[in-house]
Structures are given as C-alpha cells and as structure tokens.
Write a protein that binds this ligand. Structure first.
Ligand SMILES: Cc1cc2nc3c(=O)[nH]c(=O)nc-3n(C[C@H](O)[C@H](O)[C@H](O)COP(=O)(O)OP(=O)(O)OC[C@H]3O[C@@H](n4cnc5c(N)ncnc54)[C@H](O)[C@@H]3O)c2cc1C
Length: 469
C-alpha cells in the first residue's frame, strides 16, 4: 500500500525536504552488509530527522497512520536488522552526529546516536581517553552499535559495547522521550531499562543519544602472530596464556585459506607463511616494558603449545597492515559467501565447534572458512557457494542451497549442545530469526514477545526483526 497523503504531508511538516521518495534514492536503504540479496526490501520513504524532537514527531505520525518504521544507523549490520519491512519507511540517523557533552572529569562523552564510530574514536582521542570496543566497520554508528550490542576483537579484555553504555535517550513507540542512566556507574533503581534497550535492534525504541563511559588511554600496543599446523592447535593454545594471568586486548584465530583471499584483495602479505592457521594476539599496557614483558610470556606459552613461530610486530605500520588484513577477511570471502555465522560458545568449546565445521565442510564437499575471536568464544564461519583454493573461488556448486541449509541446521545444533548462542555480536535481525526460538527455547521467547507488546503495542518499531510479529 502506498503512503497516504496525510502521512506525506505530516512527514514534510516535520523534516521538510529531508524526506526521500524517489526510488533511486531509496534503493541504498533496502539492504545492509549481509552478503546476499535474499532479504532486500525497499522502503516507501526515508526520513532524516536532525534531533530527538523530530524523531518523536515522526514516531507519533507513524503510530497515528499505522506505518511501520525501521531505524537505520550506518547500515553495516550483517543480520538484515535495518532492512525495512514491506510497506514501511526508514528513519535514517545520519544527520544526528553532534557531540552533546564531552566530560574529561567524569570520563564520559554524550553524542547523538548517528555519529560514526570513526568520528567517535577521534572525539574520544581529543579528550586523551579511550573507547575500547572496535566492531570491525568504523562506518557503523554508535546508535547501531548499541542497538546490536556490537562486540569486536577487544571484547576479551574490555567487554562488548554494553559495558560502556552509561546513559541513553530513547524515543519510545508512543513518541515519548525517555532518559535512562546518566554519567554514573551504579544504578539499582528499578528495572534496568538501559540494558533492555541495548541489543534490542530497533524493536523497542529509537536511540537518539548515547552516553559512554571512557577509560584512560593505553601507553603501548604490541601485536604477535603465531602460526600453527592446525586451527585446533591454535585455538587450544589460548587457555594457556590466560592461565598465566595475561588477558590480551584481542586474540583472533585466522585460517590461512581465507587469509590468502584477503592478501589477493589488498595486495599485502600476512607475516605467517607456514601452517594452516594463525593466532593474532594484540597486547596493550601502561608502557612498552609492560607489553614486551607480556609478549615474552606469551611467546613461551605459544612455543609450548606447538606454535611453528612467534612473530612480533612492534612497528605501527606493520601492526596496521596486519589489522587491515584481518579486518578485510569478510570482504575477501564475500563474493562467494551465502551465510555468515556469528555463534558464541564457551571458550573451552571453540576448538570442538571448529572441528565440527571442518567435518561438515568435508562431508558436504564445500568450503566453510572460519575466523573469529578465540578468547571470547565468538566464531565466524562462512558457507561459500564455491570452493576456495589458494585465495581463488571455483565455479558455483550445483547444490549449494540445500548444502547450506544442512550445514546451518547441524552447526546451530552443535552450538546448542555446547551451551552457546546463535549470535554473539551481529544480532538476529531477519537473517537468523528462524533459528532463535530453537536456540533459546519457548520461555525466553514468550518473555521477549510480552516485552515487545508492552512497549510497542501497535508493533510499529522495526516489526518482524528478532522474531515474527
Ligand atoms: C566488514 C565488517 C566487519 C564487521 N565486524 C564486526 C565486529 O567485529 N563486531 C561486531 O559486533 N559487528 C561487526 N560488524 C557488524 C556491524 O558493523 C555492527 O553490527 C554494527 O554495530 C552495526 O551498526 P550500524 O550503525 O551499521 O547499524 P545498522 O546496520 O544500521 O542497524 C543495525 C540494527 O540496529 C538498529 N538501529 C540502528 N540505529 C539505531 C538507533 N539509533 N536506535 C535504535 N535502533 C537502531 C537497526 O534497526 C538494526 O536493527 C561488521 C560489519 C562489517 C561490514
């Protein structure tokens, strides 16, 4: 159904010409960064409000007219969360990118939710402070990162985005503006609505402002690369370093097969040339003495665990190159990717889970490269529609659809048996919604539906995401 004249007139009153209706202008808002077009849906309109007042007015208009709305951040999500539902509109946060308050004394910053992570890191740096979470793509907005409870490589030491959110301003489905939390750390003052909003994927409210708690800057960073003969050996080396009392900033495992594709993409070289997989370990600390001493201990642990080598990248340029290669793994395998898994299992179960993925790939005759966050349990395996060899993709497999479905069912069953969840950081969105109920069970699902009904009785906020409505 097209938008009514009264909706169009109301929206123009609120945002003026910051309302897109032309199909060509709407097309970029029909997808996120999920690899396939399977969920692509164009909105009927895109509105670009500049503050919470305009957001609230748009929400009230949509409520009155019964028009579903989907909030869009940077559109870098991998779960189809910001894809509008049929007959719906998109509320783009891109013009809400101001600093509201930068407070070096309280170690906090309050920004509008449409600020990119790239700009946020610059603003925090200007305060000589540190916001540790780094969920991959710096084009993501802070509001999107909160709405997805994004994680990234540094979660092992610092936790996910959730740990740093002290306050939120949220426009509710009623159009009322709610302030949650503030510039303080503790609160035992009633239900923790702040936490409820984090990870709610735009289904319970529109986040318009975010207050983050910040840390002092670190003084020194070192990066280690340790190749191993097998990926299992690499992953099994991780508990040893934690037992020695060292919690690295990041511990990533990388299979060399997808890394060869990233090398081709960027025309750069990963330092390890032997073995099937590497651990990439990032250490941070007060000063160089601190990080070098951590590196020495980790080197001993890696050698004892059977590492083929331990390479230290102490130069910033080399560290940046390594990080660039790791960050581009998804981009490198994307041309053939038809499913990105984002499971999270207890740390002790990662090696077993990756073993299952290998066995599945072998049985199905498919490529399922894996990489991920080896110390926090978050594994990203990918199902490819063609075979990946020496960084190159072969022809499309004739039965990849049924093979992918079989792989997905087996992989999620394994995750459940190991006590894990089907999404560690990307969210459920549209892409994983069919699998959530089996993973969590009926009681949590019923509680989530009850919360949705209570806070959004008319179901106008991003309906159909996380679960069907
Ligand atoms: C190359 C690449 C690497 C990535 N690496 C990581 C990684 O390491 N870790 C990780 O966690 N993620 C990663 N991601 C996924 C993605 O970047 C994160 O999920 C990010 O947090 C999404 O932010 P966004 O602003 O792009 O949100 P969008 O994609 O625009 O939206 C995501 C969800 O949040 C909702 N939303 C957005 N803004 C708001 C708001 N203001 N209020 C309410 N709801 C809102 C949307 O409706 C949607 O449901 C990666 C993505 C890519 C492409």
């Amino acid at each position: 159904m097209p938008l009514s004249e009264s909706w169009l007139a109301g929206a123009r009153d609120i945002v003026g010409d910051r309302l897109l209706l032309d199909p060509d202008a709407l097309a970029p808002f029909s997808h996120d960064e999920f690899a396939t077009d399977a969920f692509r849906t164009a909105p009927l309109a895109v509105a670009k409000p500049v503050d919470e007042k305009e957001v609230a007015a748009l929400v009230r208009l949509c409520l009155r007219e019964g028009v579903p709305l989907t909030t869009r951040g940077g559109g870098t999500g991998l779960a189809g969360g910001c894809i509008p539902c049929p007959g719906g509109i998109v509320l783009s946060m891109e013009l809400q990118n101001r600093v509201i308050d930068a407070d070096a004394k309280n170690h906090t910053i309050t920004v509008q939710a449409g600020m990119t992570l790239k700009r946020l890191y610059e603003e925090v740096d200007a305060l000589s402070l540190y916001f540790p979470p780094h969920p991959g793509d710096e084009g993501a907005f802070i509001g999107g990162a909160v709405a997805a409870n994004a994680g990234g490589a540094r979660a092992v030491k610092y936790g996910t985005v959730k740990r740093f959110v002290l306050g939120l301003q949220v426009v509710m489905a009623s159009g009322e503006v709610m302030e949650l939390g503030g510039k303080f750390i503790k609160s035992s003052s009633g239900y923790h609505l702040l936490d409820l909003m984090i990870g709610s994927e735009g289904t319970l409210g529109v986040i318009t402002r975010v207050t983050l708690g910040l840390l002092p800057r670190v003084g020194s960073v070192q990066t280690l690369i340790s190749p191993f003969a097998t990926v299992q050996q690499a992953i099994e080396a991780v508990p040893g370093m934690l037992e020695r009392g060292i919690v690295p900033c990041a511990v990533e495992f990388v299979e060399h097969a997808p890394m060869r594709a990233a090398e081709r993409l960027l025309n750069k070289t990963w330092p390890a040339r032997t073995g099937d997989a590497s651990l990439m370990i990032i250490l941070d600390g007060r000063n160089e003495e601190d990080t070098l001493s951590q590196a020495e201990t980790i080197g001993e642990v890696m050698e004892k665990a059977g590492a083929l080598d331990v390479l230290l990248a102490d130069q910033k340029v080399k560290q940046a190159e390594i990080l660039e290669l790791r960050s581009n793994l998804y981009e490198a395998v994307r041309p053939a990717t038809v499913e990105v898994y984002d499971v999270c299992v207890p740390r002790s179960q990662i090696a077993g889970h990756v073993g299952l993925v290998h066995a599945l790939a072998q049985r199905l005759g498919a490529s399922m490269p894996s990489f991920g966050h080896a110390a926090d349990g978050n594994v990203h395996s990918h199902f490819l529609k063609s075979i990946l060899r020496d960084g190159l993709f072969g022809p499309e497999l004739p039965n990849w659809r049924s093979q992918r479905d079989e792989a997905t069912a087996a992989l999620y069953a394994d995750v459940a048996e190991r006590g894990g969840v089907i999404s560690g950081e990307h969210g459920i969105g549209l892409v994983k919604r069919a699998y959530l109920s089996k993973n969590l069970g009926p009681v949590p699902m019923a509680a989530m539906r009850a919360i949705k009904r209570a806070l959004d009785p008319q179901g106008i906020l991003n309906p159909g995401k996380i679960f069907e409505t």
